[in-house]
Design a protein around this ligand. Sequence first.
Ligand SMILES: C[S@@+](CC[C@H](N)C(=O)[O-])C[C@H]1O[C@@H](n2cnc3c(N)ncnc32)[C@H](O)[C@@H]1O
Length: 294
Amino acid sequence: MHTPVLLKEAIAILNPLEGEFFIDGTFGEGGHSKEILKRITPGGTLLGIDWDREILEHNSDLPDKWPNDTIILKHGNYADTPAILAKHNLPKADGMIVDLGFSFWHIDESKRGFSFMKDELLDMRYDPDGNDRTAYETVNTLRENELADIIYHYGDERNSRRIAKRIVEERRKKKIETAHELSEIVNSAFHFKDPRISPATRTFQAIRIYVNSELENIRKLLAELTGILKPGGRLGVITFHSIEDKIVKENFKLLHQENTIAFLNKKVIKPEREEIARNPKSRSAKLRAICLKN
Ligand SMILES: C[S@@+](CC[C@H](N)C(=O)[O-])C[C@H]1O[C@@H](n2cnc3c(N)ncnc32)[C@H](O)[C@@H]1O
């Protein structure tokens, strides 16, 4: 069962109002969208974007539950939001939310190797039709130092050099095909195993970020806010690791210095203890929100 993260906090700070036009840039299973829809109707419209066509189809019954034109679902990259608005003749928005990363559905049902616990082929793409870079290609073709850099920078993994070395040793014997094989190889690079976190967690995160250009997508979105939001329009970004959060924090700081945005929260918003107890996956979530100046 999908549980949207920081839902109450995101709705409170973005304050969607009756009749407004909102964008959910990472529609997923529609958790945040459903709550936004309740606030903007009647008269409002929600544009839900997701880069994963399958997850949109999986939730395709959602529009039926709302009157025509209230919800518009489009397959695409949130980094291309200005082009998506132009293509569908939509105006700039009163508000937007992006809830970064992957969803529980990717781990549980996508069969694309997102989970190190499953024996699935290594893919990890959100958009298998439009993105040629797979996890399989990444681990089997990149040079050892390139792999080490990706695992270090995108996974915050101090053991990155040893992991990259082990990957290259193993792929010389046989191509690494499944998520399970990769996780066994990563595990073998650790002398000491932290009981709180599986050794493969950070490496899988790093490869997923690389395969989907996740950091570039955030940077592109944040560079284009004036083409997406009306003056006074609000944006909330939920991140799940320090690398993403740092990009959001630094870009917001620059936009603030340029007098383009105002902060809606002084301190970063984190889940309450009760949410973490109910949904442990929320523990690393952070929400930052701004509004575009008039
Ligand atoms: C954390 S989930 C969102 C969950 C959603 N807020 C909910 O409550 O159901 C992130 C979603 O963003 C999608 N996604 C990841 N990168 C994307 C991108 N660049 N553009 C659009 N969607 C993206 C993923 O396919 C996934 O469905």
